[in-house]
Design a protein around this ligand. Structure first.
Ligand SMILES: Nc1nc2c([nH]c(=O)n2[C@@H]2O[C@H](COP(=O)(O)OP(=O)(O)OP(=O)(O)O)[C@@H](O)[C@H]2O)c(=O)[nH]1
Length: 128
C-alpha cells in the first residue's frame, strides 16, 4: 500500500482543485494536489514539498482529515491547508480552479477522492 498526501488548499472561501495531465495515471480526473512521501518524511513536510514542486505555491497544513484506504492499494491522507503565497504555475497538472465547496461534486474525481470531497462538504456546511 502506498501513502499519498494531498492538500485542500483554502483561500477566500474557495478550495484549489487540479486536473491530472493526459499522460498521468488517472488522466484528466480531478484531484487535490499532492504526492508520495519520501522515505522518513513527515506527512506535512512531504505535502508542503509536493505543493511547491507541482504548483510553485506555499501552503501551511493545519488539519488532517480522515485517511481513505482505496482498494488496499492506496492510502490517501488529506490535509486542510492555508494558502500562504505564490502564483500558481501548472508544473504537472493540466488545469486548476479555485472553487466554492458546493461546486466540488460537479467534477469527475479520482475514485479515492470521493470520500474526501464528502467529508469536506460536511465540514464546510458546519462552518456556516
Ligand atoms: N496527488 C494525488 N494523487 C492521488 C489523488 N487521488 C489518487 O487516487 N491519487 C493517486 O495517487 C498516486 C500519487 O501519484 P502522484 O503522481 O501525484 O505522486 P508523485 O508526484 O509523488 O509521483 P511521482 O512518482 O511521479 O513522483 C497516483 O497514482 C494518483 O493517481 C489525489 O487526490 N492527489
Amino acid at each position: 500500500m502506498i501513502t499519498v498526501v494531498c492538500a485542500l488548499i483554502e483561500h477566500n472561501n474557495r478550495v484549489l482543485i487540479a486536473q491530472r495531465g493526459e499522460k498521468m495515471q488517472q488522466a484528466l480526473l480531478w484531484e487535490f494536489p499532492g504526492g508520495k512521501l519520501e522515505r522518513g518524511e513527515a506527512e506535512t513536510d512531504g505535502l508542503v514539498r509536493e505543493i511547491q514542486e507541482e504548483l510553485a505555491i506555499t501552503v501551511q497544513p493545519y488539519q488532517r482529515l480522515s485517511a481513505v484506504n482505496h482498494n488496499n492499494a492506496l492510502q490517501l491522507v488529506p490535509y486542510l491547508c492555508h494558502f500562504r503565497g505564490g502564483i500558481v504555475q501548472l508544473l504537472e497538472h493540466r488545469a486548476y480552479y479555485w472553487v466554492v465547496p458546493e461546486e466540488l461534486p460537479k467534477y469527475t474525481w479520482c475514485p479515492a477522492d470521493v470520500p474526501v470531497v464528502e467529508e469536506y462538504l460536511q465540514l464546510t456546511k458546519c462552518r456556516d
